[in-house]
Design a protein around this ligand. Sequence first.
Ligand code: G1P
Length: 297
Amino acid sequence: MNKPIRKAILPVAGLGTRFLPATKAVPKEMLTIVDRPIVQYVVDEARAAGIEHIVFVTGRNKQVIEDHFDRAYELEDTLQSRSKKEALELLEKIRPTPGATSFTRQQDPLGLGHAIWCARDIIGREPFAILLPDVIIKSHTSCLKQMVDLYDRIGGNIIAVEEVPDDQTQNYGIVALGDKIDDRASQIANMVEKPARGTAPSNLQITGRYILQPEIFDLLSEQGQGAGGEIQLTDSMLKLLETQPFASLKYEGKSYDCGSKAGFLSANIAYALDDSKLASELIPLLNDMLKHPLAAE
Ligand code: G1P
């Protein structure tokens, strides 16, 4: 029996420079996809996978994320006095159980590997999940749930992967596959963070969802700088691969890289089109814009 995956880390310390000036005072994780902040989609995915406790690794100017997952007393009191039942229920639904979140700070921006290492004491010696909140994954079954289902069968370490165009491999962690486990899952033979153009071992990117064993923390504590001068999670995972099983899962679903403007905007459109009422208003507007792209001038 594999130890259950109870806790997940969300590293939310990044500066969000690609979205300035929007992210000057508002964390990039709080930018909105239709009517929910990006981070809410990722927390919902984790909860749908049975995660009981979420550890946010934050940085300066990220307090509003903590507020978002807290009770908003004044707002709720006002809604109550105005009998706004639906709005109250919505707030109730997204609020985590008391004590089911932790917040710790990454004091220096030393890289993703360092951010994960900052959560080591809160995670303890048990397997855990990581969800990178730049990426939201639209799927029928939560991507992390698909990974937990695979983990329940095979244990070890698991990474979600997705194909990217060959000319984009230098922007991601890339894995090379070994033996097949089933239609969607394979053993991992190699991985490399941000390979130089033309050197990637495949076009399968690490999509930002991981299930890892706690030994990763021991490796991270000794990990030197890697790609971009940062402490890279991928480099420590490559070391862990020498002693532990590592599998990849080509999950069912589609990812949106909300760290890029095109990804963020297309996520907004995709989720808006999911809502039939909103879609019926939006589709004619989009059609019109495509026909007359300069109409706004
Ligand atoms: C991180 C990971 C990389 C992964 C990517 C997914 O990179 O280091 O392996 O492919 O997220 O979005 P970052 O985007 O933080 O540079």
